[in-house]
Design a protein around this ligand. Structure first.
Ligand code: PHE
Length: 344
């Protein structure tokens, strides 16, 4: 019997030495300790022994069983440790490898110009109002004194969806909507994208951005308009910048003006950018036409107001001496990354 037990012990030891993974260890366990295992068979055969032998053999078999269980557990633990080591080696990180640089973008020049415009006007007490880019003819033209077939519509020929729905040609419809929904005093700016059937050239694009403004209250005069735009031009381009009003025509303002600022590049001396005049046009403005006030439900006897429309691309290009507005739309990183040093 002792020999048989020694043989089993040796055989298990040999097999364990050769075992390379948990599945093999399990196989050994089944072949020795399982229901049909060698040691189990020995225990089952104990009935045939004499009553004196039985407890002795029983003890020996149990001792071997415990020994084998311990050996199996030890092997299992050893294998798990090895597997862990192998996994750790495979997953090893070299923390000394230099990181990949993360490309940090910068604010688009049009956005930073708009941010600056908004900061200036909110500082003057204006609030920001937005409206739809797909607009009704009624708000885009009719309420602004541009009835159907009015010749001034030609200057803003637009993209129509049908007779009544179009892509807005300016952000003035937001002003009409505001006048209809708010009572004076009104002091708003309306930034946003606008669309016109324009040829692509250095200063025109079928899509561009505007920031229009509207002030309505009792006793508002052209002096207020000039003072506001002076304050804007100086905050935008620096002190010493002047504005110049030239008579113009818009159906929704009377009188109307086109407004120039001192050319920032030559400080008014005259250069290539301002074509030698010392001035650059940046916006249209005027006193709100009383007929527009009336159509929008505001009493023109009691209230007056002024409005202006700033071209954001214009203002941006002037600030940075950018020769072609399309550079602002083409998203060429070689151009855009030059504005990485922050805002206007
Ligand atoms: N809406 C005009 C345009 O887009 C600009 C403007 C606004 C002019 C307000 C005068 C007053 O051309």
């Amino acid at each position: 019997m002792q020999e048989k037990l020694d043989e089993i012990r040796r055989s298990v030891q040999e097999q364990l030495l050769a075992a390379g993974d948990s599945a093999q260890v399990e196989q050994i366990r089944v072949s020795v300790l399982g229901r049909k295992g060698e040691l189990t068979a020995l225990l089952k055969g104990m009935g045939k022994l004499s009553p004196e032998e039985r407890p002795i053999v029983g003890q020996q078999v149990n001792a071997l069983r415990q020994e084998i269980e311990a050996a199996l557990a030890a092997k299992e633990a050893e294998l798990q440790e090895k597997e862990k080591q192998a996994r750790l080696e495979k997953e090893a990180l070299d923390v000394s490898i230099p990181g990949k640089p993360v490309k940090v973008g910068n604010v688009h020049p049009l956005s930073s110009t708009l941010e600056k415009i908004i900061t200036i006007f909110t500082g003057l007490g204006f609030s920001v109002v937005e409206g739809p880019e797909v607009e009704l003819d009624h708000y885009n033209f009719e309420l602004l004194n541009l009835p159907k077939n009015h010749p001034a519509r030609d200057a803003q020929d637009t993209f129509y969806f049908n007779e009544n729905i179009l892509l807005r040609t300016h952000t003035s419809p937001v002003q009409a909507r505001t006048m209809l929904s708010q009572k004076p005093p009104i002091r708003i700016i309306c930034p946003g994208r606008v669309y016109r059937v324009d040829e692509l050239d250095a200063t025109h694009s079928p899509v561009f951005s505007q920031c229009e403004g509207l002030v309505i209250d009792e006793g508002v005069t052209m002096g207020d308009l000039k003072g506001t735009l002076d304050a804007f031009a100086q905050a935008m381009y620096g002190e010493g910048i002047q504005t110049r009003f030239r008579p113009s025509f818009f159906p929704f303002t009377e009188p109307s003006a086109e407004v120039d600022v001192t050319c920032a590049a030559c400080k008014g001396a005259g250069c290539r950018i301002c074509k030698g005049t010392g001035w650059i046009e940046i916006l249209g403005a005027g006193m709100v036409n009383p007929h527009v006030l009336e159509m929008c439900g505001i009493d023109p006897e009691r209230y007056t107001g002024f409005a202006f429309g700033i071209g954001i691309e214009r203002v941006t290009n002037l600030k940075y001496n950018v020769p072609d507005m399309h550079l602002l739309f083409e998203n060429d990183l070689r151009f855009l990354s030059q504005f990485g040093k922050g805002r206007v």
